[in-house]
Design a protein. Sequence first.
Length: 272
Amino acid sequence: MQIRKPLLIIGTAVLIVACATNPFTGKKTMALVPNSQLFPTSFAQYNEFLNENKVIKGTKDAEMITRVGQRIAVAAERWLNANGHQSYLKDYKWEYNLVEDKTVNAWCMPGGKIVFYTGILPIAKSETGVAAIMGHEVAHALANHGQQRMSAGMLQQLGAVAGNVAIKDEEKRNVFNQAYGVGSTVGVMLPFSRNHETEADQIGLYLMAVAGYNPDEAAELWKRMKANSGGQAPPEFLSTHPSNDTRISNLIKWAPRAKEEAKKFGITSFRD
Ligand SMILES: [Zn+2]
């Protein structure tokens, strides 16, 4: 017992040092691997995924994904600048790709690397529907949910050396792959926790509104998602909580606040 106590103290000290406050959530979160180290791993894995899958270029749909992605990223930048976080996005390298795959899914890897599968487009239905999904995915990246999952993975796997942030690249890649489910099942992102999903829903709603898309449509999107799934949510949204119904009622409740937020940025009407 006496041997374990000092270890516990060291562990706690490491955690305090490795926590960062996120401007979007105001929460202190675990950040054992700084973004400057995490992002290059994420970017490499993203490129590998694109190489192994059919990326659609030059179609109306592909252009729409890029357009919506850019607008959501600009909205995030405007929001951060207005709230005194000018340098927050410095390591982000936004990229938006449409991939030929009938799976109903979309995801964003750390650092702003986004994939939409063609299978989700009929449910998105419109550009505003795409914006609701894009806002949600980008929100996961901005709130550093991936980093937190990665940190948790490191603690699990490398618990004994949690203080040693300078782990080898190969170890980092292994933890990343495990945290994301890439490598084992290509392109399937593991579900986020209920709290992370709720945070992404709320931040995403604000982002879409500031980007000029009507936040009322987010609830409509989730109604279609529910109708389509027959009780089964698509992979990125696999977590059973929040349930579709909670999610829909939250989005309806938050939409007026998102519109108020957009007003601060001069957005008083929304795109069709
Ligand atoms: Zn999500």
